[in-house]
Design a protein around this ligand. Structure first.
Ligand SMILES: Nc1ncnc2c1ncn2[C@@H]1O[C@H](COP(=O)(O)OP(=O)(O)OP(=O)(O)O)[C@@H](O)[C@H]1O
Ligand SMILES: [Mg+2]
Length: 414
């Protein structure tokens, strides 16, 4: 079997595919990249299976051509408002008489923390341990990220649980399998993206990763090396394009061109004499660039405000000393760092790129490829550490069992 790992990011604006391969020294190289415009999603949710299948097939074909490898299976990202998360706790007595904590105790305590009531239409997607607490009989308590071989009488764990609607997961599987590909695993997009863009230091200090796509803006907060909050709002760059189109009375295509070539979301970066040429009713017209900025800045600002509200209502006053990291197509907008700095009240804002991966040409070292790359990076790590077994081809007939296989414990990852 070929040692390739394929990441598939099905987005509202684009479907992106990245193929990674391990060399003989277990080093990961990107060998293929593919992309196709996407029309089958609304706000990050698949609403047209046929259209999504077409885009998936086209993007994978592109990546196959570049890599010279045939793709049979892939890891797929999931995001948008169909995903939800919560923090939970578990505790067990240490089973071994010698009181030495083993893998069995760790599995049991995670199982205990995962044992929560979730609505019938949802599935648990990931259970990520945040911190373990080991208590011994003389009431000495120690906090650790890996309690293996420590001595104690009781083991506690704090976990972050991510759930997704069953329908969304099944639609993803349907799109992939009807297009002829087996799904190796489904992973929260922002969790994968974090693997490809955040540094270890950022993950420890507490960082906010924001993915502003076409139809949704997703966020993950990682602190002390583990996710503490994941959320999404169903708005992204398409809304900005729509605003320009409505306010200036131009077609959506013209509005998108104006936004990408001249758009800016921070007024101080635009000088008074800058003009933008737009086509309206077959005639070229010149308007001040500052007027375009006046349309874009409030909308992008509103989306950041919504994300900020979701984050801080979830994490309370927990202090984050890392960075705000921006990815997705929206992160390519001029002025986005300045606007995010003003809204999040920090100078520590940067654009996220998957820079440390070899084999990737500059064209794809952009913030909108970070999810597909992250799916490869995260799962090649997990695969090489043996945490997730590659699935066979026989899950299609047992949908609930199939979905159950995707509940992943990210012990090694964070
Ligand atoms: N240079 C640019 N300046 C401003 N916006 C841009 C630029 N390039 C792309 N975009 C916007 O980024 C959005 C697409 O981003 P992306 O490809 O990350 O979305 P997606 O992953 O397909 O969607 P989603 O994640 O919401 O499902 C579009 O709205 C597009 O207009
Ligand atoms: Mg996206």
């Amino acid at each position: 079997m070929s040692d390739i790992v394929v990441g598939l990011d099905i987005g509202t604006s684009n479907v992106r595919v990245v193929i990674g391969e391990h060399d003989e020294n277990e080093k990961l190289h990107i060998i293929g990249v593919g992309t196709a415009p996407s029309t089958g999603l609304r706000s990050g949710v698949i609403v047209n299976i046929e259209a999504t299948m077409k885009a998936v097939t086209a993007a994978i074909y592109d990546a196959e051509l570049m890599s010279g490898h045939e793709v049979n299976s892939c890891f797929v990202g999931i995001g948008s408002t169909q995903v939800d998360s919560l923090n939970s706790k578990g505790q067990v007595s240490v089973s071994n008489k010698s009181r030495e904590i083993g893998q069995n105790d760790i599995n049991r305590v995670i199982e205990c923390a995962s044992n929560i009531a979730i609505p019938l239409d949802r599935q648990v997607l990931h259970v990520v341990p945040q911190m373990y607490t080991v208590e011994n009989s003389v009431d000495i308590v120690e906090k650790t990220k890996d309690p293996t071989n420590m001595l104690g009488s009781r083991l506690y764990v704090d976990v972050h649980i991510i759930t997704a609607t069953t329908t969304t997961m099944q639609n993803i599987i349907t799109c992939a399998s009807r297009s002829g590909y087996t799904v190796d695993g489904i992973m929260l997009k922002t969790l994968a993206t974090a693997q490809s863009v955040l540094t270890e230091e950022e993950k420890e200090l507490g960082s906010i990763l924001i993915d502003m796509g076409g139809g949704s803006t997703d966020v993950i907060v990682i602190a002390d090396g583990a996710p503490i909050c994941t959320a999404s709002v169903p708005f992204g760059g398409l809304l900005v394009t729509n605003d320009i189109s409505v306010v200036r009375g131009v077609s959506t295509e013209t509005a998108e061109t104006i936004k990408i070539s001249q758009g800016c979301c921070w007024a101080d970066l635009v000088s008074d004499n800058e003009e933008v040429l737009i086509q309206r009713n077959g005639r070229a017209e010149s308007i001040p660039r500052s007027e375009i900025c006046q349309i874009i800045q409030p909308r992008v600002g509103e989306i950041f405000e919504m994300i900020k509200e979701k984050v801080y209502s979830s994490i309370g006053n927990r202090r984050l000393s890392g960075n705000v990291v921006l990815v997705g197509g929206g992160a390519k907008m001029s002025g986005v760092i300045e606007l995010a700095s003003a809204i999040f009240g920090t100078q520590s804002v940067r654009i996220g790129m998957s820079s440390k991966i070899s084999g990737l040409s500059d064209e794809y070292r952009s913030p909108d490829f970070t999810t597909a790359i992250g799916l490869v990076v995260a799962n090649s790590d997990v695969l090489s550490k043996g945490n997730i077994k590659r699935n066979g081809k026989d899950y299609g007939s047992d949908k609930s069992g199939f979905l159950q296989k995707f509940i992943n414990f990210f012990k090694e990852m964070f």
